[in-house]
Design a protein around this ligand. Structure first.
Ligand code: FAD
Ligand code: SF4
Length: 455
């Protein structure tokens, strides 16, 4: 914000920028001071990324500020909230895959002249599930040393929030459009070619693998999402990156990012109250401290503390999966995700947490829960080798907690999922297990659920 304010000043704008240490309790206090000083009769404001704030802008601000408030569409998205509403209307389950195809057609990204998708398929996911072999060294994100302005803010945050979660140093994020563009170019050149292959992989030796680490820049407006997708498409057209990588990357931005935003505005404010799996346990303290013997969780929380970043599979299949299996209260895990990541804004974090991870919307976002046992984590990572828990066991005292908790989840939600076409096989496998084994697994899970703090 400070770099942006400076850029506007240099372009000739008058900017009233209020810093955190200035004496304004509320955003509207600062606005009122500016309005009075300038004599403005109208406030033009970009729509925010949070329902609560938009509601306040509409219903309270005109009176509080004593002027008209005109809310403008946020142009940093490719699909407006109204266009999404039109698309979703009348669909019982508006699935991302179909929305994504609509967006591909609308933008022409990765489309042939005859209206068919490049490569003859919309989706190359099956090719994108490789375990990281360690042979191709991941390039890591582009890092930028903080300048004097950034150092001032780091000092301010350090002094003002001594008990914060997360490390302030080293700070290496881009803070200007030029730097963010550099970070994008770095990703396109060095990581994009392998993005698809290792999209679902996790590795204790590398916190980023071939992910872009661009979400915080796109969300903050330092990068334009369409320009990012077009730049990735160019790499494919010029033969510098394979189609499975480029399509996988574009789908995340053109598909998932736009889709979760559309859902958020479609379903708020009721969405925040959803808790269809009746999850009510407290969030274990190790989500903040990282102090747990579960290697996969400890690694994901460590990365989160160090970089305010964890990649999607760590968020979804480790910290998210565990919260789902434990049955953590939806609002508590939502608040955690909103607090710990540099890219967190409610419009994107809430559908991912409540819908994708916690299945709390009853399957509106994803038809089946992303629940998984330790076997999935073992297949996609090298965490289990160094873990004191035994990933091959579900009922012994040192068995991997994900295993017994997974079966407990399946068992306790039988009424909801047994008839699901993509889950009936799991119930059959559960039934095929010998009864004493099932009992031992459930007993182990109950023991863990009684004391999740010491996992
Ligand atoms: P890459 O893997 O390189 O993907 C490229 C881009 O696609 C990202 O930069 C992002 O803009 C977009 N993208 C990818 N997946 C998603 C998704 N599921 N939803 C929306 N956009 C996506 N993303 C946020 O931007 N803010 C959040 O607060 C956030 N909270 C999440 C919470 C949970 C529980 C989960 C499971 C996912 C969350 N995500 C969030 C989505 C995703 O994990 C991050 O966008 C991604 O990890 C950012 O890293 P990256 O830039 O390296 O992404
Ligand atoms: Fe995680 Fe279980 Fe593997 Fe340990 S054994 S790293 S707890 S999946």
């Amino acid at each position: 914000m400070r770099h942006f304010a400076e850029r506007l000043r240099q372009a000739g704008w008058r900017v009233d920028y209020y810093t955190l240490d200035q004496d304004h309790q509320e955003l509207t206090d600062a606005l009122l001071a500016s309005r009075r000083a300038s004599g403005a009769r109208q406030l033009l404001v970009t729509a925010p990324g949070e329902w609560r704030l938009l509601d306040a802008m509409k219903r309270q601000w005109p009176q509080k500020l004593g002027c008209a408030v005109r809310i403008l569409d946020d142009r940093r998205f490719l699909c407006t909230s109204n266009a999404f509403r039109d698309w979703a209307e009348g669909r019982k389950q508006p699935r991302m895959e179909y929305f994504y195809r609509t967006m591909r057609r609308a933008t022409g990204l990765l489309m042939e002249a005859d209206g068919q998708p490049r490569g003859g398929r919309w989706n190359f996911d099956k090719e994108n599930r490789k375990r990281f072999d360690g042979e191709t060294p991941p390039p890591g994100p582009k890092r930028f040393p903080p300048d004097a302005t950034t150092r001032d803010v780091l000092d301010l945050v350090g002094a003002r929030f001594p008990d914060r979660f997360g490390d302030l140093q080293p700070f290496w994020f881009a803070v200007t459009e030029e730097q963010a563009q550099d970070a994008l170019n770095h990703f396109l050149e060095h990581a994009l070619p392998h993005f698809g292959d290792y999209q679902d992989a996790m590795d204790s030796g590398d916190d980023f693998l071939f992910h872009s680490v661009l979400s915080q820049y796109i969300n903050a407006g330092l990068l334009d999402p369409l320009a990012v997708c077009e730049a990735a498409e160019q790499r494919y057209l010029q033969g510098q990156a394979p189609l499975n990588a480029v399509e996988g990357f574009i789908r995340q931005i053109l598909g998932w990012r736009e889709y979760v935003r559309g859902l958020y505005w479609l379903l708020m404010p009721g969405y925040l109250e959803e808790n269809r799996l009746a999850s009510h346990r407290d969030l274990p303290w190790f989500y903040w401290s990282g102090e747990t013997r579960m290697r996969c969780v400890a690694e994901s929380v460590r990365a989160t503390r160090e970089h305010a970043y964890a990649h999607h599979i760590q968020r979804l299949m480790v910290t998210g999966n565990l919260a789902l299996l434990l049955g953590v209260e939806v609002k508590q895990i939502h608040e955690w995700y909103l607090a710990v990541y540099a890219d967190a804004y409610e419009w994107v974090e809430l559908p991912n947490t409540l819908g994708m991870v916690m299945h709390a919307d009853g399957g509106y976002l994803g038809s089946k829960p992303y629940a998984a046992s330790g076997k999935y984590i073992q297949r996609m990572s090298n965490y289990c080798g160094d873990c004191p828990y035994k990933v091959s066991s579900a009922e012994e005292d040192n068995s991997c907690p994900f295993n017994s908790l997974y079966w407990h989840f399946i068992h306790r939600h039988r009424g909801r999922f047994e008839k699901h076409p993509r889950m009936s096989m799991i119930y059959k496998a559960w039934e095929r297990m010998a009864a004493p084994k099932r009992e031992a697994i459930l007993a182990r899970a109950e023991q863990l659920l009684d004391d999740p703090e010491h996992l």
